[in-house]
Design a protein around this ligand. Sequence first.
Ligand code: 5GP
Length: 184
Amino acid sequence: MNDYRNFLSEILIDEETLQQRVIELGEEISRDYRGKEGLLLVCILRGGITFMVDLMRRIDVPHMMDCMAISSYGAGNFESTGNVRVTYDLQTNIADKNVLIVEDIVDSGRTISHVLEMLQTRRPASLKICALLDKAERREADVPIDYRGFVIPDKYVFGYGLDLDEHYRNLPFVAVVDLEKYKP
Ligand code: 5GP
């Protein structure tokens, strides 16, 4: 694989800024869920993993966690169609739980809106969304984001869980790819 510096356009959110925001989100979530029973964090694989792992360590109220994987089919490399299929389902019964979905990025909003619709049928006590990144100007589906890390411009990003052809998820910052220079 190519060294990411060959196609890095800019570092959009550096490590320190990311970690500071994760602390703030953890505090906010802890405050809102204090005294409530059955908080379940649901990580959307695979992009949400890095954020989830950092965030859960900043949440100081009792909670459980589970994961689900979604695949968006019929999509091009840099687009999602919102034709969503669950490829790995939750192992937890979410009925009467306070469910908080932890997602890396909301772009058109189609993916998360489908997940919301599906999880709602399982009758959770509450269902909210925590998204690290919000490409607000690209929104097509009306999705309520309850906890938002950063609003970002319409640029394709990678790092901190977000991939380019399944690579570079390990980078501790969020960077913009220069698509002219990127060759998978
Ligand atoms: P949506 O359904 O909201 O259009 O797309 C959401 C999914 O598309 C995200 O969970 C993510 O997998 C992918 N995605 C959207 N924008 C980006 C981006 O800038 N970089 C990466 N790596 N994935 C993205």
